[in-house]
Design a binder for this molecule. Structure first.
Ligand SMILES: *Cc1c(COP(=O)(O)O)cnc(C)c1O
Length: 231
C-alpha cells in the first residue's frame, strides 16, 4: 500500500474510533511519526493530509527541514530531548511532546527567553512507572504545573504518554484511562502558563484505544510508512 492509501485508512479508523466514543473526528490530530523516513516520503504523507509531522532526532529533523520536507504542516518534536540540544529545537518545533524533567523545562525556558519567543510543550507522564522510561510520575504533576508559573516563556499545552509495550492493544486501556483522568482533573484547575488542550497518546498499534480514552493527538509511524529500517 502507498503512503497515501495508508493515511486514508488511518484517517478512516480515527474517524470510526472517534464516532464510537461520541467524539467528532475533526477533534483528533494525526501526527505522522516520520523518524527514519526521508524527505520525499515525508512529503508524500503531508500531501496525503496528515495534520502534523513529528520527529524524534534533532539532527534528522534539521536535515529534513533544510530539504523542505515539512512544508505545509506544523512540525513537532516527539522524541527524547537532551538539554544540550534545546537551542536547535526551540522555535523550530511548534510543540515539544516529551518534556520529562524540571531541568529540561529550565533549559527550554532559557532558550525560549533568549530567542524572545514562547515555546509550547507537553509534559510526558511515565504512566506505566517503568524505570526504563522517562517522564513525570502522575503524583508529581500538580507540583510541576504549579512550577510552570515560573516559566514565562513556556506554555504547557497538555500531556503525553507512551504506555508499556503490550501484547494486545486492549491491555493499554488502564493506562489510557489513567491518562484521561489526569488530563481532565489537572485541566480543571487554574495554573499560570498552563492550557490543558492536548492529550498526545496512541501509536500504530493502539491509537483507536487511545481515542476511546480522550486522546486528541495520535502519533502514527508504522501504519503510515510501513516498518522502519534503522541502518
Ligand atoms: C516512533 C514513535 C511513534 C510511532 O510509532 P509507531 O508504532 O511506528 O506508530 C510515536 N511516538 C513516538 C514518541 C515515537 O518515537
Amino acid at each position: 500500500m502507498s503512503i497515501a492509501e495508508n493515511v486514508k485508512l488511518v484517517r478512516e479508523k480515527i474517524a470510526a474510533a472517534a464516532l464510537a466514543a461520541g467524539r467528532r473526528p475533526e477533534e483528533i490530530l494525526l501526527v505522522a511519526a516520520t523518524k527514519t523516513n526521508d524527505a520525499d516520503r515525508v512529503r508524500q504523507a503531508v500531501a496525503a493530509g496528515v495534520d502534523i509531522c513529528g520527529e524524534n532526532r534533532v539532527q534528522e529533523m534539521l536535515e529534513k527541514q533544510a530539504q523542505g520536507a515539512y512544508e505545509g504542516v506544523p512540525l513537532h518534536f516527539i522524541g527524547h530531548l537532551q538539554k544540550n540540544k534545546v537551542k536547535q529545537v526551540v522555535g523550530l518545533a511548534e510543540l515539544i511532546h516529551g518534556v520529562d524533567s524540571l531541568a529540561l523545562m529550565q533549559a527550554l525556558q532559557r532558550a525560549a527567553e533568549n530567542k524572545g519567543l514562547c515555546q509550547d510543550i507537553l509534559l510526558e507522564i511515565n504512566i506505566g512507572a517503568e524505570p526504563s522510561k522517562s517522564g513525570f510520575a502522575p503524583e508529581e504533576l500538580p507540583g510541576i504545573l504549579e512550577a510552570a508559573g515560573e516559566f514565562s516563556n513556556l506554555r504547557v499545552r497538555g500531556l503525553m504518554a507512551i504506555p508499556p509495550v503490550c501484547r494486545a492493544p486492549e491491555e493499554n486501556r488502564p493506562y489510557f484511562a489513567e491518562m484521561e483522568k489526569l488530563f481532565i482533573d489537572n485541566g480543571e484547575k487554574k495554573y499560570d502558563n498552563v492550557h490543558m488542550d492536548f492529550l498526545s497518546m496512541g501509536m500504530s498499534g493502539d491509537y483507536e484505544e487511545a481515542i476511546a480514552f480522550g486522546a486528541n493527538m495520535v502519533r502514527v509511524g508504522t501504519a503510515i510508512f510501513g516498518p522502519r529500517s534503522y541502518q
